[in-house]
Design a protein around this ligand. Structure first.
Ligand SMILES: O=P(O)(O)OC[C@H]1O[C@H](OP(=O)(O)OP(=O)(O)O)[C@H](O)[C@@H]1O
Ligand SMILES: O=c1cc[nH]c(=O)[nH]1
Ligand SMILES: [Mg+2]
Length: 208
């Protein structure tokens, strides 16, 4: 497994904006979406290309196009929805497989409540999206669902990751790569990432 902490200046700058406590719901949503675009750019950098010929203005031109193009984006409800538009901006033809999970606030264990996956997920690369990787429970549960459905190539795009969650996922799923704007310091006693972003779902949906 690899963890790629994206060092691009735009990513660092936008993440800094997002960390501000006093940020409107509108701005939080907007910047989350922009970061999703940039993480997608990184997470697709090794996509395979194949040669093709198109009809150009001066005749046939040899071009390159993405081979296969089979991707499914997997937002983890609810906060993952905040990254969906950004990912689809770069991969507009991707199928969307939705997973619903929430974290029990006392046990910190993920509780599954929804699953609707692309029917041909076994032949697609899954890009899981969720702003937060904290204890890793939600990501692990999602990976388990995808693998149970036959998915073989899985990547996760998260805005902020805690080392504790990364280690847990790495041990159980060494084949899954993680792309993040930041590996933060760690978790507090309530399982929140420090310095983190707070409750990303509440900030995206304006529910607190
Ligand atoms: O790594 P973990 O410890 O599992 O925590 C991370 C999860 O917690 C948050 O979701 P939450 O349960 O708050 O649901 P929400 O998106 O509906 O707010 C976040 O969006 C992740 O899905
Ligand atoms: O820091 C955290 C941890 C879990 N979920 C969040 O939204 N934020
Ligand atoms: Mg939440």
């Amino acid at each position: 497994m690899s963890v790629k902490e994206v060092a691009h200046p735009l990513v660092k700058h936008k993440l800094g904006l997002l960390r501000q406590h006093k940020l409107s719901t509108r701005s939080f949503r907007q910047i989350t979406s922009e970061l999703a675009v940039l993480l997608t750019y990184e997470a697709t950098a090794d996509m395979e290309l194949e040669p093709a010929t198109v009809e150009g203005w001066s005749g046939p031109v040899e071009v390159q196009r993405i081979k296969g193009k089979k991707v499914t984006v997997v937002p983890i409800l609810r906060a993952g929805i905040g990254m969906l538009d950004g990912v689809l901006e770069l991969i507009p033809s991707a199928k969307v497989s939705v997973v619903g999970l929430y974290r029990n606030e006392e046990t910190l264990q993920p509780v599954a409540y929804f699953e609707k996956l692309a029917h041909d997920i076994h032949e697609r690369t899954a890009l899981i999206i969720d702003p937060m990787l904290a204890t890793g429970g939600s990501l692990m549960a999602t990976i388990d669902m995808l693998k149970a459905a036959g998915c073989e190539r899985i990547r996760a795009l998260v805005l902020v990751a805690a080392p504790e969650g990364i280690q847990k996922v790495a041990r159980a799923h060494p084949d899954v790569d993680i792309y993040t704007a930041s590996v933060d310091e760690g978790l507090n006693q309530d399982g929140y990432i420090v310095p983190g972003l707070g409750d990303a779902g509440d900030r995206i949906f304006g529910t607190r």
